[in-house]
Write a protein that binds this ligand. Structure first.
Ligand SMILES: Nc1ncnc2c1ncn2[C@@H]1O[C@H](COP(=O)(O)OP(=O)(O)OP(=O)(O)O)[C@@H](O)[C@H]1O
Length: 295
């Protein structure tokens, strides 16, 4: 339904934030994972037609979006990373404002706004000005405004920032339900935001697409590359300098390290089953200058 083909964004000053990214998306949820600065927001802004790509094409239902953005815009819900709304408007007023801007008819829009306020758990706070909201409440208003008009494409950029753990779970489940009949793109740097809901994960680092697949396929690609060992605390700096250490746990008998290495790093290391975090960190590591991984 939505195709990003060779999309590149070079900002003034020469920063290549997105570099030749191709993603073909159909109904369902795709998790776009990447560290800070990977280019996720730039790519989301391009997909949402608020930034033009420097090169590449975007097609929505086969139509060129860069030349004619309206087809996608009328079918789009977008929650930008820096969403704030308008501080003097209440949640209900703000949603009515967005509904009018989207060209929705007033009466059905009112009913839909009430439903959405309930969905994002803001019915009680609906009359308060957004300026008095917490960060998490504002994210929820942002989600509700993105859902107005029942969009065929929903783009949410770092949607769980500021949400508490319970709200994160609720929100993930909501996105997963919404993805049954639309394209949902969820961009985040938090692996746990996508691992339970996305059957399709794309990893972006340094502006480039590093990997894409199901969680199982991504994890399968790092089988045999993940090791643990208990090392003396004083040896930790050397281990960290030589290998890509992904987790450390301090214990009475030393430090339990988890590290990535394509071969057994040293005799005391034990191979362990990889998880999605390992797959993500290895894909990101490939984008960085090579670290020493040999003995
Ligand atoms: N308007 C801009 N002008 C110049 N450089 C920019 C602009 N927007 C982003 N960048 C740079 O492009 C790179 C990618 O930024 P982007 O915000 O797309 O990444 P991100 O993956 O969303 O990271 P974050 O989660 O930290 O926002 C960064 O180096 C950033 O500094």
């Amino acid at each position: 339904m939505l195709e990003l083909l060779g999309v590149t964004k070079v900002y003034r000053g020469g920063r290549r934030a997105v570099d030749d990214v191709t993603l073909r998306l159909d109904t369902g949820l795709i998790g776009l994972l990447g560290p800070n600065g990977a280019g996720k927001s730039s790519l989301m802004r391009i997909a949402a037609t608020v930034t033009r790509p420097s090169a590449g094409r975007i097609l929505f239902r086969g139509q060129d979006v860069v030349a004619r953005p309206d087809g996608l815009r009328t079918s789009l819900g977008y929650l930008p990373q820096d969403f704030t709304g308008y501080p003097k408007l209440s949640a209900r007023e703000f949603l009515r404002y967005v509904a009018a801007a989207k060209g929705l008819r007033a009466r059905p829009a009112r009913a839909r706004i009430d439903e959405l306020l309930a969905t994002v758990n803001l019915t009680e706070a609906a009359r308060r000005p957004l300026g008095t909201y917490s960060g998490g409440m504002l994210r929820r208003v942002g989600i509700a405004q993105a859902l107005l008009g029942d969009p065929a494409v929903l783009i949410v950029d770092e949607p769980t920032a500021g949400l508490d753990p319970q709200e994160r779970v609720r929100f993930r489940n909501l996105l997963s339900e919404l993805a049954t009949d639309r394209v949902v793109i969820l961009s985040t740097h938090i692996v746990s935001d996508v691992e339970s809901v996305a059957r399709d994960i794309a990893i972006l680092a340094g502006g480039r697409l590093r990997a894409r697949g199901t969680p199982e396929a991504l994890i399968g690609a790092v089988t045999g590359h993940v090791w643990t060992a208990v090392v003396p605390a004083e040896a930790l700096p050397e281990v960290q300098a030589r290998f890509r250490v992904t987790r450390t746990t301090h214990r009475a008998d030393g430090v339990l390290v988890r590290l990535l290495c394509p071969v057994r790093p040293f005799d005391a290391a034990t191979a362990v089953d990889p998880d999605l975090e390992d797959a993500y960190l290895e894909a990101v590591a490939r984008a960085e200058p090579a670290a020493a991984v040999t003995r």
